[in-house]
Ligand binder design. Structure first.
Ligand SMILES: *Cc1c(COP(=O)(O)O)cnc(C)c1O
Length: 369
């Protein structure tokens, strides 16, 4: 049996530290905000190299609060990818704006920058690239286009904590430091996961940071003084912060291990299925290791019979979802549509053993014989 993910092994490894951290919060009796949350925000800011980190309740909250903090709202258009988790589009709609879909580059599954300019109208206010599967979008090209047209760039970095954009060898800024703001998810299965829902916003802009903090906390500047309408109650939970502070120091080595497993998969599966492409500018952290094959559904059934887990991210692009049909007609975003028919994510987590990785490779090869 090779499960697609294994959260128990991680807890077992860190059990005494996590239990102690939880006990500390429970003993202190302070369950909202407090030093655990502010310390985690500081530690994330140091790790990611972004001046401001604002903890919120989830990755979805992070995205729509960041959009609002960037000044995006009703009447505005935001360009994004159809090949993502639906929260990316929901965030745009919750902020009151309209998602405009642009097709992906089939090699990386990320937004194709060559298609961006044709989608820009006088209503366009922002571009929302997703760093899908843990690989940064082509942020150099996206940033240049945004600058030319006076647009904001919000990164959906939910799958990319620790991923880097390798700009010119010496400098390799991390996801979260590549646009005007970014939204991260700390959902349990992400590379850094809470034991429940959590997320955060990053930005280098102090005004955006302050606005995001206001909005996330009932639009209040000081207690019971509300300076923005329609604020939210979106918090990074204190117990989750305590857990995340135990886990954060391990993230680099966990991402390293994911990359090691990816190299094993690459070698074992090259020529058997289409293995993921690492773009020259990207340090991929393999939130997912996603292969492509026209025989995806049959391969998945075969793997299941052999006890090898796998999963499809995502079986439908956004514009073919019943709720989003009006965004674009079928056939108009062909690369996203084809990817949705062909992608399959293999087991990938830092506690996967070499032996398990070999079993996955063996199973995929056995199907292809
Ligand atoms: C997980 C995810 C989100 C949403 O995060 P939640 O914490 O579940 O709200 C948004 N975008 C992408 C690409 C994701 O993978």
């Amino acid at each position: 049996m090779v499960p697609i993910i294994d959260l128990q092994s991680e807890y077992r490894l860190l059990k005494s530290e996590i239990d102690t951290a939880l006990g500390r919060v429970l003993e202190a009796g302070a369950f909202v905000g407090g030093t655990e949350v502010s310390a985690l925000e500081r530690e994330l800011s140091d790790y990611l190299g972004v001046p401001h980190v604002i903890g919120v309740g989830s990755g979805t909250d992070a995205l729509f609060i960041a959009l609002r903090a960037l000044g995006i709202g009703p009447g505005d258009e935001v360009i994004t990818t159809p090949f993502t988790f639906i929260a990316t589009l929901e965030a745009i709609q919750i902020a009151g704006a309209k998602p405009v879909l642009v097709d992906i580059d089939p090699a990386t599954f990320n937004l194709d920058p060559k298609l961006l300019e044709a989608a820009i109208t006088e209503r366009t206010k922002a571009i929302l690239p997703v760093h899908l599967y843990g690989q940064v979008a082509p942020m150099g090209e996206i940033g240049a286009i945004a600058e030319r047209h006076g647009l904001k760039v919000l990164e959906d970095a939910a799958q990319a904590i620790g991923a880097r954009y390798c700009a010119n060898g010496s400098q390799s800024p991390m996801a979260g430091a590549l646009g005007h703001a970014a939204g991260f998810s700390l959902y349990p299965t992400k590379n850094l996961g809470a034991y429940g829902d959590a997320g955060f916003i990053t930005t280098a802009d102090p005004t955006v940071a302050e606005e995001a903090r206001l909005l996330a906390s009932h639009g209040q500047k000081a207690r019971y003084h509300h300076v923005r309408p329609a604020g939210y109650t979106s918090r990074l939970d204190t117990l989750q912060a305590a857990i995340l502070r135990v886990k954060l120091p391990h993230l680099e080595s966990w991402n390293q291990r994911r990359r090691q497993i990816a190299r094993m998969y690459d070698q074992g599966l090259k020529g058997v299925v289409q293995t993921p492409t690492q773009a020259p500018y990207a340090l991929h952290i393999y939130h997912q290791y996603t292969i492509r094959t026209p025989e995806r559904d049959r391969l998945q059934a075969f793997l299941k019979e052999r006890g090898v887990g796998s999963s499809i991210h995502y079986p439908l692009p956004a514009h073919l979802q019943p709720a989003y049909r009006e965004l674009a007609p079928e056939g108009s975003l062909p690369h996203a549509e084809q990817a949705a028919r062909e992608v399959l994510s293999l087991p990938m987590h830092p506690f996967l053993s070499d032996l398990q990785a070999e079993q996955v490779i063996e199973a995929v090869r056995a199907y292809s014989k």
